[in-house]
Design a protein around this ligand. Structure first.
Ligand code: AMP
Length: 174
């Protein structure tokens, strides 16, 4: 193979690698995870102020609030206020970027404010997902402590507010 042909082939291969990530068309997604976004899901209600939440962070696009059945002390959920994505397959990646930027700051604040030794990110799609508005769990991890279970009644709002205030005060600047 001459050098020009080899160069053309490598360019073609490279082109394949550098193409922007493809978002699966909505119809195709629905075949995998059927259903539609429900504007009356509980997180949409929290965004509209129809349900209470212990807010940790809010801007014009992203909201972070305490999970009402934490698997660890200080468990936070981060959501987009604008996106109507149910899961990672149908979210606009720019919206997901915003969510993750906030999730990272929340994790840092959990370590600083709550003495967590680290934090885990969980994000369920379809199976294992109970609220169909895309959300990222930011779960503080304490060494030697196994990941808990969601069970029992919701944590009282007062206790959630107290944790939210601690985390909020330790949020690093953007
Ligand atoms: P997933 O199972 O990934 O869909 O997670 C949904 C999470 O949302 C669970 O951890 C619930 O405890 C939490 N959750 C559901 N409703 C509320 C609510 N109104 N306020 C706070 N957390 C909630």
């Amino acid at each position: 193979m001459n050098r020009r042909a080899a160069f053309a082939i490598s360019l073609a291969l490279l082109g394949g690698c550098t193409t922007a990530p493809r978002v699966v068309p909505a119809a195709q997604i629905q075949a995998v995870l059927p259903g539609r976004y429900d504007p009356d899901n509980s997180f949409a209600k929290i965004i509209r102020g129809e349900l209470p939440a212990a807010k940790v962070y809010e801007d014009d696009r992203v909201l972070a609030f305490m999970d009402y059945k934490p698997v660890e002390r200080g468990h936070v959920l981060v959501i987009s206020k604008r996106s109507q994505a149910r899961n990672l397959l149908d979210v606009d990646l720019a919206d997901f970027d915003r969510i993750m930027a906030v999730a990272r700051r929340i994790g840092q604040a959990q370590m600083k404010a709550l003495g967590a030794n680290g934090f885990s990110i969980e994000q369920n799609n379809g199976y294992g997902q109970t609220v169909l508005h895309l959300h990222v769990h930011v779960i503080p991890r304490y060494s030697g402590q196994p990941w808990g279970e969601k069970s029992g009644p919701p944590m009282p709002m007062e206790a959630r507010e107290a944790l939210a205030a601690q985390i909020r005060a330790a949020l690093p600047p953007r």
